[in-house]
Design a protein around this ligand. Structure first.
Ligand SMILES: C[S@@+](CC[C@H](N)C(=O)[O-])C[C@H]1O[C@@H](n2cnc3c(N)ncnc32)[C@H](O)[C@@H]1O
Length: 271
């Protein structure tokens, strides 16, 4: 199985998938995602055998996934007739982890090359549609039923959008639906600026295009949009409870670097 057709930002799905796969190998995993482990093994049978193969620094991203799952589950429990827009889905198996009832219609969106890969690696299911499109192409939203509550989840996507693209996305989703929850993660201005030196992003020939020091302010972009709350990532109690000792120690040290603790913010809005 090859992911060599992926270019630039599309390759950023690999470290996150690998982190979720490695989490599933822990005795007491944070996410416990068997799909991630199976997909990762097919993409790279030796993914866990390299020098840092057992390092779990990616667990912070796994915590982020768990926060998005928990917020999503609680919205769907209150809105079983919802439409889910899972944007920049990569190879994430959220729809299988959350396993919504048949009354929910779920859309997984990413670039066509990723959707092609998903079709090879992950099973299909009822009330589930794959959309191969850039999220910045305004026409994808025309295919989605609009008369129901919406849950928009964008995990690991927003920093790759420019501020103008993000603003267009948020305002068009709010305009299209009667009510909903929007949840995503964003990086700080410092993290955006320094992303051009990030070795992983450099390897993938990409960088962050937007960053916010106070993401709650994004609610001002639309009169119906309201900030709800935020969950920690790099200093998350879940990370500190579940990560192996060496990883906890590394994060404690890293979090002493100014700006590190809040370099990524996981935020939730409603309208
Ligand atoms: C860091 S990965 C996260 C993948 C997945 N959400 C996860 O957490 O495992 C970022 C994803 O966003 C997708 N992406 C970036 N820009 C995009 C765009 N303009 N339209 C659609 N997808 C995009 C990439 O292709 C990639 O799959």
């Amino acid at each position: 199985m090859q992911n060599s057709k992926l270019v630039g930002v599309q390759k950023t799905l690999s470290p996150v998938l690998r982190a979720k796969a490695l989490d599933n190998r822990l005795p007491d995993p944070i996410l416990g995602d068997e799909y991630a482990e199976q997909a990762m093994r097919r993409l790279d049978p030796d993914y866990d055998k390299r020098r840092f193969g057992t390092s779990q620094m990616g667990l912070a991203a796994v915590v982020r996934a768990k926060v998005h799952d928990d917020w999503g589950r609680s919205f769907l429990a209150d809105h079983p007739d919802a439409v889910v827009l899972h944007l920049g889905c990569g190879l994430d198996a959220r729809v299988y982890r959350i396993d919504p009832p048949a009354t929910v219609d779920w859309y997984d969106l990413d670039y066509p090359a990723i959707i092609e890969l998903r079709e090879q690696l992950l099973p299909s299911r009822e009330h589930y549609t794959l959309v191969g499109s850039s999220v910045t192409d305004p026409t994808w939203l025309d295919r989605i039923p609009r008369d129901r509550p919406v849950l928009m989840i964008a995990e690991g996507l927003v920093p790759y959008l420019t501020e103008a693209e993000l603003r267009r996305l948020l305002t068009s989703v709010v305009d299209a639906f009667p009510t909903g929850q929007i949840q995503f993660d964003t990086v700080s201005v410092w993290a955006r600026r320094t992303s051009k030196w990030d070795p992983t992003l450099r390897r993938y020939d990409t960088r962050f295009h937007s960053g916010f020091d106070n993401p709650a302010e994004l609610a001002e972009w639309h009169p119906r949009l309201e900030f709800v709350d935020e969950e920690p990532m790099n200093d998350s109690p879940l990370l500190m409870a579940k990560a192996p000792k060496n990883v906890r120690r590394m994060f404690r040290l890293l979090n002493l670097v100014p700006g590190m603790k809040r370099s990524t913010r996981i935020v939730r809005f409603r309208f």
